[in-house]
Design a protein around this ligand. Sequence first.
Ligand code: ADP
Length: 247
Amino acid sequence: AAQAKPLLEVKGLTKSFGGLAAVDGASLVVPEGSITGLIGPNGSGKTTLFNLIDDTIHADSGEVWLAGERIDGLPSWARAHRGLGRTFQITRLFGDLTVLENVVAAQRSFSLEQLGRIAVSGPEAKAAEELLEYVGMRAYRDQKARALSYGQQKMVELAQVLMLDPRLILLDEPAGGINPVLIDRMGEMIRELNSYGKTFLIVEHNMPFVLGLCDPVHVLSRGRTMATGTPAEIQADPAVIDAYLGD
Ligand code: ADP
């Protein structure tokens, strides 16, 4: 692939929990316009790395650059403001709010008190409805989020992320725990959003999904990037095969 500009650069990120280095000097690049994959055995630090990139947890050391700007000193909301969006392995919807209210609420950080009076009319609600239509969830707009299946919650979470119109979207296991039809639809949406200019970094255990969608693919092992390449290169790399077999 041609050398695209890096949209995200992670340099030597480190995070220890009680003496154990969960992320241990991880470095990687997400080229602008790419759908980049992040794979690795259980416990290799993938989710922690996502948490460091968006400051869900603070890094001990290392640098994060987004679109040429250093962002590792910034809090989560400021990173989001600069174009960083993310979803979580376990979705974080407000169960007592409707689907539509959840998507409208993504527009800014609402206090719990404000959450009781989210306007479900006006331009933000219109944008939210359009995004719900896009992810195939418009018919559920007035249902409480807690009534949805796991896969449906993932679709609503994607609509939430899109409300902020991010440049880079971190997806934590978008295909995990959802049925094959939704997995295919999720893959199609990622490809389509990518064609509209969204860049993705995706953690996913479903190998056919990652290898069919992502390029480049980074492989994490023991908190460090141990290999980077095309899906074909990664699959043929003996060190990668060893890291998985040794898990
Ligand atoms: P992955 O997403 O690749 O499965 P994680 O980032 O979840 O890996 O975990 C990496 C390592 O860090 C694991 O050994 C895990 O037990 C540990 N870890 C993750 N989060 C915490 C935490 N909050 N407290 C203590 N240890 C943690």
